[in-house]
Each structure stands twice: as C-alpha cells, then as structure tokens.
Design a protein around this ligand. Structure first.
Ligand code: SAM
Length: 248
C-alpha cells in the first residue's frame, strides 16, 4: 500500500515513519509513505500555495494550481490511487472505513491548511474524510490517524504478538479487559479465570467482558449490533446478576 501525502509541511511525517509498527511496515515493504511538498508545484520564487478568499473575509485559501499539479503528479506515480481530501466536512472515519481503505493499493491524502482548499480542487478528489466533529489547523494529523489505522489492518503489518482481528469495533464490540503481571497489584488480583489455562472458559470471560464494557461505555454500538445466541446468553447472565443485586 502506498500513501502519498500532499502537504506544505512534509517534515511533519518524519517522526511518524520512524517508530513502531509504521517503521516496521515500511522496512517490510508492506507500506510506503511519500510526503509530497505542495510548494514544489507552486509558481514563482516564493512558491506561494495560498491566497485571499474572493468575497473577502478572514483567513486564506489554498490555491488550486499547485494542489491540482501535485495531485496529478502523485496519480501519475501511483495510477489507480484514491485521492482523499481531509476535511471536517467529509464522511466520518471509522474502523469499517479503515477496512475499506485497506483493500486499496494506493491512497493520496490532501492535507488542507488555513480555511481549506479552493472549491475547484474537488474535481480531482474521489473521497472526503473527516476524523471527527472538530476542526484541526491542518490535515496532517488526520492523515497520520488514517494511515495508522489502515496499516494495522494490512496482512503482516502487526507482529505475531498483536492481532487486529478481535479488537474494539471489529465486531461492533469494544475489546475485553486486559491484565498482565503482577498477579496482584496494590491488593487487586487478576481474575482467577485468566490464570486457569482453560481457553474455553477464558474465551467466555472475554466475551462477557467485551459485552459489559460495550454496554457501559458505548451502548450505541449494541443498539445497531445483531447479537448472536452466545452473546445474548452472556448479556442475559449479567442482567440476571444485576436484577438479583437490585432485589437483594
Ligand atoms: N474552514 C474549514 C471548515 O470550516 O470546514 C476548516 C479548515 S481547517 C482550519 C484546515 C484544514 O484542516 C482542513 O482543510 C482539513 O484538511 C484539516 N482538518 C480540519 N479538521 C479536520 C477534521 N476533523 N478531519 C480531517 N481534516 C481536518
């Protein structure tokens, strides 16, 4: 998977490519990350990429010529790429969207700055994605978030010790609770079941943990999820226990 990032701050990504799973995925040639300086496509000695908005008002707007040239260049290098404008007005990013993008071969991200991009850039855009209902100063952090979430879904990107299969949102559930050593921390013990070595019982405990966490932290996820019979049974067990507590 190739990621081309069109930005006026290419050095923003220096640390991103130098650490952890992203660094490993680059070394293993699972991904390549190519920041592209939009200024390289601007005219004149000052390589200006923004200008005042027609009609007046505050802020600057990213000019269409350098951006469209940069998009064409990235597309030429990576034919068939999906060109994504990062924007608070885009469709919401989520784990299913990460899965959708992970099935593609190449993505081009456009990182806006100032008030955003000239409207005529939209003719060269395939997709517009927002990472949440808030406004950032630029699209660079959004590009990093999307690349990070997509990369972990690519085959071989996570080491054997990590898995993207059973994580939060993979099945409309949050992930179960985790414990590691020591077995007792400040008087609080790890649940016995996790030390039992019985994988069937551990599996059941993890399902119950995932369900109860989702119910408490993100009940909205359960409202749209179709529960299978095992999940219904596990939830009912908790409901019965809560009912007993209320009655006692
Ligand atoms: N004036 C724009 C508006 O109100 O819709 C906001 C522009 S914002 C200050 C500058 C750039 O940051 C945007 O062009 C976009 O690339 C990026 N950005 C800001 N918030 C974002 C978000 N929630 N998701 C993705 N990108 C975002």
């Amino acid at each position: 998977m190739n990621f081309s990032i069109l930005t006026i701050f290419p050095e923003f990504f220096d640390a991103f490519v130098a650490h952890g799973i992203i660094r490993r995925a680059i070394a293993a040639e699972i991904i390549s990350v190519s920041p592209v300086d939009i200024r390289d496509f601007a005219d004149g000695r000052h390589r200006i990429t923004d200008d005042r908005p027609y009609g007046g008002g505050a802020g600057m707007v990213m000019k269409p010529e350098p951006l469209c040239r940069a998009i064409n260049s990235a597309r030429h290098q990576h034919p068939g790429s999906r060109t994504i404008l990062l924007s608070p007005q885009g469709r919401p990013f989520s784990q299913p969207v990460a899965g959708e993008l992970a099935r593609l071969d190449s993505l081009i991200f456009i990182c806006g700055r100032y008030e955003g991009v000239d409207e005529r850039v939209y003719r060269d855009i395939d997709d517009e994605i927002s990472i949440g209902d808030y406004v950032l100063t630029g699209g660079e952090p959004a590009a990093m978030i999307i690349m990070d979430a997509v990369t972990r879904l690519l085959p071989g990107a996570l080491g054997g010790a990590e898995s993207a299969e059973k994580e939060s949102f993979s099945d409309d559930l949050l992930e179960h609770a985790h414990y590691t050593r020591p077995p007792v921390f400040e008087g609080e013990a790890v649940p016995d079941v996790l030390l039992s070595g019985n994988h069937g019982v551990i599996d059941q405990w993890r399902l119950e943990s995932a369900l109860i966490r989702t119910l408490l932290k993100r009940p909205d996820l359960l409202q749209t999820k179709t529960l299978d019979s095992r999940e219904k049974k596990a939830l009912k067990k908790w409901c019965d226990q809560i009912e007993q507590l209320i009655r006692s």
